[in-house]
Design a protein around this ligand. Structure first.
Ligand SMILES: NC(=O)c1ccc[n+]([C@@H]2O[C@H](COP(=O)([O-])OP(=O)(O)OC[C@H]3O[C@@H](n4cnc5c(N)ncnc54)[C@H](O)[C@@H]3O)[C@@H](O)[C@H]2O)c1
Length: 335
C-alpha cells in the first residue's frame, strides 16, 4: 500500500484528500497545512490521518511514499523539490511551478531520483477532454483551424498569481494535450481592476507554424460563469461546454469548401449532423489519483508528466511577459 501525504488543505486540497482516501491502492498517512483552522474539520472526517502544521513533517514522514502538493503556486517548487530530494514521488497541483527555471529543476530532480513527477492537469482527465482528444487525434476534425476558449466567472481572486496563471493554465493544459502542434509564439493583453492585485482579465493569442490559431479569454470579473471551448477543423467542429449537465461535447459536421480561382471563388457551406458522444462521467480527480498510483506502481506513465507541466509553465511565463509589454508577441523557442 502506497503511503500518501498531502500538503495544503485549503480550497482544493480536501478534494484530493477525499479521492486519495477512497483509493484502495493507497493510505493517506498525513496532511499538513500551515493553518490549523483548515485542518480541524478534516480531523473529524479522517480520524486516522495525522494532522500537521509543517510541510517538512509530511515530506520526512517514514510512512509517506508520495507527496501531494496543493499549496499556492509560489510554494510549489520548494515543497515539491524537498519531497523529491527526500526520495518521494510527487503530484503537484497545476501549474507545476512559478517559472520555467523552477519547472526544469523539478524535472531534473525527479529524473535523477527515478521518482514519478506528475502535475494535476485535472481537465485532461475528464471524460469530455478524453473524448475530444480521441476525436482530434483520429483526424475526425480534419486539419485544425482554430481553438477558442472562454473561461470566465466572478471571483476566486488569487493574490500570488494573475488570472492567466490561475485560469488559462487549465486551457493551456487541455490545448497541450489535445492539439499535436506546439505554439511558436504567444501574445497577451489584460489588466487589473483592483489596486495592487495582479491582472484579473486577459486575452491570449497563440500562434503556430501553420494557420492554426488559438485564443483564450480568462476573466475573474465576469457576471456569469462560462466554460466553453470551440475547436474548428476543415471537416468537423466541436463545441465543448463544461457547464452542460450531460451533452458537454457536441460535434458539428459543418464547414465550408472553396472552389474556383481567386476571381471566380465559390464558397460552399456544409451543414450536416450534430451529435453528442457519450462521455465517461467518472470524477476527473478520481482518474488523476488512480493514474498517479498506477504510475508509482510502474504500470503506467504519467500523461501530465513534468515535461507537460513545464510546457504549460513556459506558455504562462511567455504570456505574462507579453502582457507586461501590451501584447508584444513572445517567441517560445525550443524547450
Ligand atoms: N486542478 C484544479 O482544478 C484546481 C482548482 C483549484 C486550485 N488548484 C490549485 O491548487 C493549489 C491550491 O489552491 P487553493 O485554491 O486550494 O488555495 P488555498 O489558498 O485555498 O489553499 C492553500 C492552502 O495551503 C496552505 N499553505 C500555504 N503554504 C503552505 C506551506 N508552506 N505549508 C503548508 N501549508 C501551506 C494554506 O494555509 C492554505 O490552506 C494551487 O496551485 C491552485 O492552482 C487547482
Amino acid at each position: 500500500v502506497i503511503g500518501v501525504g498531502l500538503v495544503g488543505a485549503g480550497y482544493w486540497g480536501p478534494n484530493l484528500l477525499r479521492n486519495f482516501a477512497d483509493a484502495a491502492e493507497c493510505r493517506v498517512v498525513a496532511v499538513a497545512d500551515r493553518s490549523r483552522a483548515q485542518l480541524e474539520p478534516l480531523g473529524r472526517r479522517y480520524p486516522t490521518v495525522e494532522l500537521l502544521t509543517d510541510a517538512k513533517e509530511v515530506i520526512e514522514h517514514p510512512d509517506v511514499d508520495a507527496v501531494v502538493v496543493a499549496t499556492p503556486v509560489s510554494t510549489h517548487y520548494e515543497i515539491a523539490r524537498s519531497a523529491l530530494e527526500a526520495g518521494k514521488h510527487v503530484l503537484v497541483e497545476k501549474p507545476l511551478a512559478a517559472n520555467a527555471d523552477q519547472g526544469r529543476r523539478l524535472l531534473e530532480e525527479a529524473e535523477r531520483r527515478g521518482r514519478v513527477l506528475m502535475v494535476d492537469h485535472t481537465f485532461i482527465y475528464t471524460g469530455a477532454v478524453r473524448c475530444i482528444h480521441d476525436l482530434v487525434r483520429r483526424g475526425e476534425l480534419g486539419e485544425l483551424y482554430y481553438y477558442d476558449s472562454v473561461r470566465i466567472n466572478l471571483g476566486m481572486f488569487q493574490s500570488d498569481v494573475n488570472v492567466i496563471w490561475d485560469l488559462a493554465a487549465h486551457d493551456l493544459a487541455v490545448l497541450d494535450h489535445v492539439v499535436p502542434a506546439r505554439p511558436v509564439a504567444v501574445s497577451a493583453t489584460g489588466s487589473s481592476h483592483v489596486a495592487g492585485n495582479p491582472e484579473d482579465i486577459a486575452y491570449l493569442t497563440l500562434h503556430f507554424d501553420d494557420s492554426l490559431i488559438a485564443h483564450l479569454h480568462v476573466n475573474w470579473l465576469a457576471p456569469v460563469k462560462v466554460r466553453r471551448t470551440l475547436i474548428g477543423g476543415s471537416r468537423k467542429m466541436i463545441v465543448y461546454d463544461d457547464l452542460e449537465p450531460s451533452e458537454k461535447v457536441r460535434v458539428y459536421d459543418r464547414g465550408i469548401s472553396a472552389r474556383g480561382s481567386l476571381r471566380d471563388l465559390q464558397i460552399h457551406y456544409r451543414a450536416g449532423d450534430v451529435w453528442s458522444p457519450r462521455l465517461d462521467v467518472t470524477e476527473a480527480l478520481a482518474v488523476v489519483v488512480a493514474h498517479f498510483l498506477a504510475c508509482i506502481a510502474g504500470r503506467e506513465r504519467p500523461l501530465s508528466d513534468g515535461a507537460a507541466g513545464l510546457r504549460v509553465v513556459r506558455l504562462l511565463e511567455a504570456a505574462s511577459r507579453s502582457l507586461a509589454e501590451r501584447g508584444r508577441p513572445v517567441e517560445l523557442g525550443p524547450g
